[in-house]
Design a binder for this molecule. Structure first.
Ligand SMILES: *[C@@H]1O[C@H](CO)[C@@H](O)[C@H](O)[C@H]1NC(C)=O
Ligand SMILES: *[C@@H]1O[C@H](CO)[C@@H](O)[C@H](O)[C@H]1NC(C)=O
Ligand SMILES: *[C@@H]1O[C@H](CO)[C@@H](O)[C@H](O)[C@H]1NC(C)=O
Length: 297
């Protein structure tokens, strides 16, 4: 049979564990529900990978699973780089042809909103390869094709193993077309009637540089919406939006959202930690003394 003293000791012990556990609960350190990076890529305004973060114009455009993906109606494209100063994002279509691999064409489709808020840059060239002689870009829409930085289709076909395959079959150069995003936007790949395509970025700087050294991908340029985000982030908040109304909010802590900026005088996480500590110490000290007294009895 436990004595009264032992029972009291047990209760006190349990109580003290409970109180200590309560006091030592980690304070709300995560200020917002917004992740700020995906792998090595920083996620800043206007982008967000969690719903309600960033600008509503870019809602649901990114997913961070294993890597960061830019999502369009034609699929997910791996994000390679985001340049927040130049306001560009470089993506890569793993299913397109490049110097090292030949893969059948598929459409590159963006939503209407994406075409406006984050369209491909003018120095991203779409190279349509192995076009049929009936292709509109060889006939009525011939003027949509151009030579970029002095490069020709023949050079591309001759430059690397993947593209040399086009030569081998026909013993001549099948037609191709270097064109811009608008062509691909207004004509689906099956209308363009070319079997393969590739895309090259930074084409303004490629004079005299061969296809082996081109950078294959798509560079997009985004516009940052004019909002009160600067005011919000200066006050320590993160710009987001209400997921129902898509009205901008300033996410200040896990429990408070403000319209424009985080209110001055709101308790910051740091304040909460320091105000906890002396009290926790005080309570623990009292409990230890109580336990000792009980043991002595
Ligand atoms: C603050 O906004 C975020 C993102 O929209 C939302 O998840 C959260 O529930 C909001 N919190 C409050 C207290 O309204
Ligand atoms: C993210 O996008 C990739 C590429 O489309 C897809 O494979 C993956 O399942 C997506 N993940 C989530 C969580 O939606
Ligand atoms: C090029 O296009 C023709 C049809 O226009 C097709 O038969 C041929 O297989 C294509 N070449 C390659 C290498 O896919």
């Amino acid at each position: 049979m436990p004595t009264v003293a032992q029972a009291t000791l047990l209760i006190t012990f349990k109580l003290s564990i409970f109180i200590i556990a309560t006091l030592q609960l980690p304070p709300a350190l995560s200020l917002t529900p917004c992740r700020t990076s995906c792998g090595s890529i920083a996620i800043n305004y206007p982008f967000g990978i969690d719903d309600g973060c960033g600008a509503p114009q870019f809602r649901s455009m990114l997913n961070c699973s294993t890597d960061l993906f830019f999502l369009t109606p034609s699929g997910g494209y791996k994000v390679q780089h985001i340049d927040y100063d130049k306001k560009t994002m470089t993506i890569y279509d793993p299913a397109m042809s490049t110097c090292s691999i030949l893969q059948p064409r598929h459409d590159f489709i963006m939503t209407e909103v994406q075409s406006v808020t984050i369209p491909p840059t003018p120095d991203t060239v779409f190279a349509l390869l192995n076009c049929s002689i009936d292709s509109p870009v060889l006939n009525h829409y011939k003027n949509l094709c151009f030579d970029f930085s002095g490069h020709s289709c023949d050079e591309l076909y001759g430059a690397c193993n993947a593209f040399r395959a086009f030569h081998l079959l026909t013993n001549s150069s099948p037609p191709c077309c270097f064109t811009g995003y608008d062509t691909v936007k207004f004509m689906k790949m099956n209308i363009l009637d070319c079997t393969h395509y590739t895309t090259v970025v930074n084409t303004d700087n490629l004079r005299g540089i061969g296809p082996l050294d081109w950078v294959y991908g798509i560079k997009l340029s985004f516009t940052v919406p004019k909002t009160v985000c600067e005011q919000c982030s200066r006050s320590g908040g993160t710009c987001g939006y209400d997921t129902e109304t898509e009205v901008m909010t300033c996410l200040c802590s896990s429990s408070t959202n403000y319209t424009r900026e985080c209110a001055g005088g709101s308790i910051s996480a740091g304040d909460r930690i320091s105000s906890h500590s002396p009290w926790a110490f005080f309570h623990v000290a009292i409990l230890v003394v109580m336990c000792l007294l009980l043991v002595i009895q």
